[in-house]
Design a protein around this ligand. Structure first.
Ligand SMILES: [Zn+2]
Length: 556
């Protein structure tokens, strides 16, 4: 009995990097019952290290009293588990230099699985994970101000549904572009994602990103403005994407100017980054992206605050955002970084101060607030105004230090606060890692990297459920995500590499309302059920933040 994996012992099921801190947790059912742990080699059960658990630290968000085993000193590569007499053993984990490589591969490749407009097949590694081409033709909804069809395929299915939304594609695509820009010279450049384009001379992460950019480019109107989304009028059933025959509609706000400022700002920012990043690989494409970004910027000049609400008859996701000035600031900053031109810089300098609050210790960036991205890209570019660059760097470092200190004293060694257990809380955890790794660019600090790793460990199994929140990663991964392709196919496991949304204290679906009492601790408000879209849906922006964190941890 003592040899079965116990949910009470928590480890990162992917593992721990050589030289990094290695910590496992124990939730003690009865106080004072256990005091020792043994680190054993998987292949023969040989004990390689023994130690004591620390006294417990209460995590009020889960109600768990968390004890810690620190085996950081053990750096021999291999597969291990923790053994606790009277409790059991942990799930196995690796200690290796490249421990995040497979996690990076799966999570980055998951975007290929989300591709719209084409046949997708994960090949012999995942036999049966296949769908035929879907949503090949777009139709202008009357709310777009246009009629007829729009050749508007490609892009990524946003989440568990088949919609495509510029604002969420925007942050997801930008996050992946930034990951490449920051770490593409290191390990991730040469990682093959086994794409149809692999081997074409362009790094695979960029090949995948281009699939999204190509769709986004089709969403720009001749006047430079960008429509908000392309979805059906209503969500389809739990069918394969190629079986979805609802018209795929380009949707606008229903009256002039039809396009929205948040979408157009995001678009301009993303295309400006793409122009930088693609320049060494495809100069023409980079120029095309930059021209699109400039046109979008011009449109914003006379349309600063056109916000989106679903027009009559449309019920798909809204990605509502009542303020678009942060997106506009972000566009200015990325355009300044790419072109070096004074007008973009001047706009940024004139407006940046009111967005400094966006670099926050308890709320990392999200699709509705891109302020921090705007400020960071200016500082990363060493923009024209050195005083402002220093101001942004100092603030980012101070905030990161406060996050890292809070993480260090948290029972689960994560950056999450009680109010962070919102819809998509796992995306919040991943975005804390993004924030910490950006700060580490401004000032190297091992504490930032360890805190970033702590959030990743949480996502990969070191959490109240001892569950890897990434499909097909680790020995005990999430199994019943809210994801149409996974539900429609007769497969043993969901599509791989997808990050579940995670605990949602507001219990925002009928299943959670029914099965979880109101008193459920925030970090436990989660159901591994397909019907729990409030806690177990997937989304490209959450996945992108995890890819970013893994790419950073592989490199920094
Ligand atoms: Zn599709």
């Amino acid at each position: 009995m003592s040899n079965a994996p116990s949910l009470e012992i928590k480890v990162d099921q992917a593992g721990y990097a050589i030289g990094a801190r290695k910590v496992g947790f124990l939730i003690q059912p009865v106080a004072g019952q256990t005091a020792r742990y043994v680190l054993r080699r998987q292949e023969d059960g040989k004990a390689v290290l023994e130690g004591s658990w620390t006294p417990p630290v209460l995590d009020p968000d889960s109600g768990d009293r968390v004890q810690t085993a620190d085996f950081s000193g053990w750096n021999s590569p291999g597969i291990y588990y923790l053994d606790v007499r009277g409790v059991g053993r942990s799930w196995p984990f690796r200690i290796a230099a490249d421990v995040y490589q497979h996690a990076y591969y799966l999570t980055a490749r998951s975007f290929y699985g989300q591709r719209c407009g084409t046949t997708v097949d994960l090949g012999p590694e995942f036999p049966g994970y296949h769908h035929d081409a879907c949503h090949k033709v777009g139709t202008f909804d009357p709310s777009s101000g246009r009629d007829g069809s729009n050749v508007s395929s490609k892009g990524w299915h946003d989440a568990g549904d088949y919609g495509r939304y510029i604002v969420n594609s925007g942050i997801a695509t930008a996050t992946l572009l930034w990951a490449f820009e920051l770490w593409g010279k290191g390990g991730i450049r040469d990682v093959s994602l086994h794409l149809p384009e692999s081997g074409n001379g362009t790094p695979d992460l960029l090949n995948e990103i281009r699939w999204s950019l190509d769709w986004m480019l089709t969403m720009q109107d001749a006047d430079g403005g960008v429509w908000h989304k392309q979805t059906s009028a209503h969500f389809c059933g739990f069918i394969s994407p190629d079986k979805d025959d609802f018209p795929s509609l380009v949707i606008g706000v229903g009256k002039s100017p039809f396009k929205t400022s948040c979408a157009t700002g995001d678009f301009a920012a993303v295309m400006a980054i793409a122009a930088r990043v693609f320049s060494p690989y495809d100069r023409d494409y980079a120029n095309h992206c930059l021209a699109a970004a400039r046109k979008a910027w011009q449109w914003l000049g006379t349309n600063e605050q056109i916000v989106f609400r679903n027009p009559a008859g449309i019920t798909t996701g809204e990605y509502g955002d009542s303020r678009c000035s942060d997106e506009q600031l972000w566009a200015a900053a990325e355009l300044a970084r790419t072109t070096g031109e004074l007008p973009f810089d001047s706009y940024f300098i004139k407006h940046y101060k009111e967005f400094l609050v966006g670099i926050s210790a308890d709320e990392p960036p999200s699709n509705s607030d891109m302020s921090a991205f705007a400020l960071w890209t200016y500082a990363l570019s060493e923009g024209r105004n050195e005083v402002v660059v220093q101001e942004i760097k100092s603030l980012s470092i101070a905030v990161a230090l406060s996050i890292a200190q809070r993480t260090e004293s948290h029972g689960y060694r994560i950056s999450m606060t009680t109010k962070n257990y919102i819809w998509g809380s796992n995306g919040v955890a991943a975005n804390y890692s993004l924030q910490l790794l950006v700060a580490n660019r401004f000032q190297r600090d091992r504490r930032f990297v360890e805190a970033a790793a702590g959030n990743v460990h949480y996502l990969l199994g070191r959490n109240p459920f001892s569950l890897s929140y990434v499909t097909q990663l680790g020995s005990n991964p999430v199994r019943h995500i809210h994801h149409r392709p996974s539900a429609a196919a007769n497969l043993n496991a969901p599509w791989p590499g997808l990050l579940s949304g995670g605990p949602n204290a507001k219990r925002e679906d009928p299943e959670m309302q029914k099965l979880l009492p109101e008193t459920t601790p925030p970090a436990r408000a989660f159901l591994d059920l397909q019907s729990s879209y409030g806690s177990n849906e997937v989304a490209i922006n959450w996945n992108a933040a995890l890819v970013f964190a893994l790419a950073g941890l592989l490199s920094d």
